[in-house]
Structures are given as structure tokens and as C-alpha cells.
Ligand binder design. Structure first.
Ligand SMILES: Nc1ncnc2c1ncn2[C@@H]1O[C@H](COP(=O)(O)OP(=O)(O)OP(=O)(O)O)[C@@H](O)[C@H]1O
Ligand SMILES: Nc1ncnc2c1ncn2[C@@H]1O[C@H](COP(=O)(O)OP(=O)(O)OP(=O)(O)O)[C@@H](O)[C@H]1O
Ligand SMILES: [Mg+2]
Ligand SMILES: [Mg+2]
Lengths: 227, 227
């Protein structure tokens, strides 16, 4: 489903260049559950943003289902993201002016679902993540962990083809963290391809294999025994 | 150093009342290292914000070194915070318009330290947390974990009398997480009173005792054997 060839990302600011990623060659097959680990600053979020077409590489290529991403127009990329992708950001990225329910319904609105169906699916996922009682509140009125669970609900409510999750349990107690990981592995069992960035070895165990990044490069990959 | 009596905090929005804290009676002695644990939404950040005088209780009282906080004027509270307190927020709260170095120097500026001394102390702490190489960058140009380490540097650079830390390692890999906890326990050995909110039992082990919150109430307290 995704194949990168010599992917490189350089950030330029003032006259300083930061090489965030250097010749990354990874391939993710349809239906796989892959995790990415690595020290803080090693390039995990940068790689995830490129795989989700939220940013463009400095050089090298990314192909989705055989088609080179650089040939997509911005409009095509936006369409592709809305139809196929779910993304859990490291800093949640909730829309402050919308209620919790509106935040979770938003991706379903893009898919053109009727209001009653939207509401039902959004509430189901919010019940599961124990934030349904906060449906009329705004993100700034929730605790850190509650906001993270809303971000997870919003990303998975469309039952995406490909789910990219950046540290989805960082602010959660172990019980809620477990619940989020159970949801990700359930989605994967039903066919969703999942790419998970995490610092937790326990979370990485849920995946079939782990790609280790260090200073912007893939250093090792290992297969996790369980799956 | 801190004593609360029947502390209660209620958030009101659109006729809905959320009781975040209910009759909290805790006492923190000078030089102690205390941790607070509890499920997401149980009132940990709310309690920490009240103890740091960043918010006002709905009822009940908080006394600092014997003086009732509600008798302080806003100006006195701001003075007290700048001189005695260090705070690590759950969502970092870095100032986007300032560089990393300026963010870390800011609390030292409030204390009126000369520029050369400020710069030296800020850089020392940034070296220790491995973010010195990012000194001219802005917060939005750093990874999640790097931003968290800058937030820790800014809170501890003044060598505060009382340090309040809300989930200071949530976005960090285990090596950086360890470094942050080592810094907190070193400060405590030198006399700083530390109150740590965390979901990690490993982090809580660094403290002398742990207060457990559930649905806004203190349910148990336990002494940690190590310290
Ligand atoms: N501004 C607000 N308006 C309304 N309710 C709020 C507000 N801020 C917090 N709350 C509610 O108060 C309760 C306690 O929140 P708090 O942020 O203290 O939780 P927490 O223990 O820090 O959780 P976490 O581990 O998720 O960070 C939660 O139910 C939350 O939804
Ligand atoms: N906008 C930017 N401008 C300049 N440098 C950047 C920018 N965004 C990220 N970087 C740098 O690129 C490198 C990789 O960052 P990235 O966010 O991918 O790390 P990460 O592995 O996700 O770390 P963490 O575990 O802390 O979230 C870091 O050194 C970071 O400072
Ligand atoms: Mg990251
Ligand atoms: Mg909190």
C-alpha cells in the first residue's frame, strides 16, 4: 500500500538546515500493523506526516497503491486523505470552536453521511472511549487525556483504510491506554492498515513489526512474536 | 508548606456543573517529593493549578507557609509565583514568538538576573536536556518531546522553592524520561519541594508518597518504600 524510495526531509530556517529524515526506504503492505520507535527528535512525526501526505518530502519518492504521490494535485491529495486516511496527531489538533461531538462528526461530514447516521456513529465511538458525557463541551474544557481520547475517536470513526497514529496514549492512564490499543488492533483485524508511532514498548507489541529510527535513519527492523 | 482544607472546584458552563474536585484535604511538607496519580479526568491538573495559584477554588481553603491564599491580591500571587514556583504544564505552554533560549531565560529575567548570568544558566540546563542545539529555533520547529524538554528546562532553571510538574515525561522516550526524573529528584535532594502528577508508576516511585485521586476525591495515599 505504501512504498518509499530514498525519502529525505530537510527543514530550512534562517540559514540552518536540519536533516530530519535521510534515505528512508520502507514498504507497508495492506492490512499490516507496523510500529515506529526511536528517541525524541529522531524523525518519527516527520515520517508519519509525509506518509499521510500532510507535508512534501525534500527528495525521494512515496507511492500509494502503486501511484507516485508527487503526481497528485493538492486537491487530489485532500480528497485521498478524507476518503482513506485517519490521523491521530501528537498534539491532538482538535478544533477549539467546535464541540466534542462536532469534532468527532467532522470526518463523517466530509464523507457526506446523513446527520442521524453521523450522530449515531460518533456517539458510539465516544461511548467506547468514555467521552460521550462531554459531547457539548469544547476541547479547552477537557482534561489532557480526555482531549487525546476525542482525537482518537475522530480519527477512527470513519473506519479508515489507513490509520496513522502518533503517540496516541502519551497522556493516558494505563486503563485508557489499553482501550485505545484495543481499538487499533480491532480495526487492524477488520482490515485497516495501521502505522503507530510510540515510545512504549508495550504498545509496540501490538504491532507485527517495529521500524526503529535514529537521527533520521532506519537503523533496525524487528518482527514482534505475538501477531 | 501547603495545606488545603475542604478544597472544592466546580466548572460551570451552559448550566452544566462539573465537579472536578470535592473536599480535598492534603498537606505537603517543605522538602517533600509527593506524586499524584489517578485516571484521566480525575482532577489531577485541576488540583495542581489550584496549588500553583493559577486558578481559584470554588470553596475551601489553601494555605501557603501558614498564610491563607485567598487573602493574597492578584499582584501578590503573581509575585509569589515568579519568586518561588516552577510549573511544567501538561500542554507545555511555550511562547511561540520567542526562541527556545528566550523561553528558558524568561523566568530568570523576572528575577532580574543580568543577561550573561541568565544566558549561562539557561544554556547549562538546555545542555543537560539535550535541546541546546535548538536554541535559535521556535517551539513550532521542535518535535513533541523536544518541546516538553524545553518546558522542563524553563521550569527548573530558577531552582524553584516549589516545583509542580504535570505529566513531564508523557511525550518522551524512556532515556529522556529518566533524565527528567533524575533532574527532579536532584532538585528535591537540594531542598526543592516537588509535586508530580503522573500516569507512570515508575515515575511515582521517585516520590516519597503518592496521593491517588478518583472522580475528584482523594481515595488513598501510600508511602513509597525507596525514599
Ligand atoms: N474548563 C473546564 N470546564 C469544564 N470542565 C472542565 C474544565 N477543565 C477541566 N474540566 C473537567 O474537570 C475534570 C478534571 O479535569 P483535570 O484536567 O483535572 O483531569 P486530569 O486528572 O488532569 O486528567 P488527565 O490525566 O486526562 O490529564 C474533568 O472531567 C474535566 O473534563
Ligand atoms: N518545522 C521544523 N523546522 C525545523 N526543524 C524541525 C521542524 N520540525 C521538526 N524539526 C526537527 O526535525 C527533527 C525530527 O522531528 P520529529 O518531530 O519528526 O521527531 P520525533 O521523532 O517525532 O520526536 P518526539 O518523540 O519528540 O515527538 C527534530 O530534530 C526536530 O527538531
Ligand atoms: Mg513526534
Ligand atoms: Mg491533566
Amino acid at each position: 500500500i505504501i512504498k518509499t524510495v530514498n525519502l529525505r526531509k530537510v527543514y530550512r530556517s534562517f540559514n540552518v538546515e536540519t536533516v530530519a529524515l535521510e534515505s528512508i526506504n520502507v514498504e507497508i503492505k495492506e492490512g499490516e500493523f507496523v510500529s515506529i520507535m526511536g528517541p525524541s527528535g529522531s524523525g518519527k512525526s516527520t515520517l508519519l506526516n509525509l506518509l499521510a501526505m500532510l507535508d512534501k518530502p525534500s527528495s525521494g519518492s512515496i507511492a500509494f497503491m502503486g501511484t507516485e504521490v508527487s503526481t497528485f494535485s493538492d486537491r487530489q491529495m485532500a480528497q485521498f486523505r478524507k476518503r482513506f486516511l485517519g490521523f491521530i496527531f501528537q498534539n491532538f489538533n482538535l478544533i477549539d470552536e467546535l464541540t466534542i461531538l462536532e469534532n468527532v462528526e467532522l470526518p463523517l461530514q466530509y464523507l457526506g453521511l446523513p446527520k442521524a447516521e453521523r450522530r449515531k456513529r460518533a456517539m458510539e465511538m465516544m461511548e467506547r472511549l468514555e467521552v460521550a458525557h462531554k459531547k457539548q463541551f469544547f476541547p479547552s474544557q477537557l482534561s489532557g487525556g480526555q482531549q487525546q481520547r476525542v482525537a482518537v475517536a475522530r480519527a477512527v470513526v470513519t473506519n479508515p483504510y489507513l490509520l496513522l497514529a502518533d503517540e496516541p496514549t502519551g497522556n493516558l492512564d494505563s486503563a485508557h491506554g489499553q482501550e485505545v490499543m484495543d481499538i487499533l488492533s480491532k480495526l487492524n483485524e477488520n482490515g485497516t492498515t495501521v502505522i503507530l508511532v510510540t515510545h512504549s514498548a508495550q504498545n509496540a507489541e501490538y504491532s507485527q513489526r517495529t521500524i526503529h529510527l535514529f537521527d533520521g535513519q532506519v537503523v533496525t527492523e524487528n518482527i514482534n512474536h505475538v501477531n
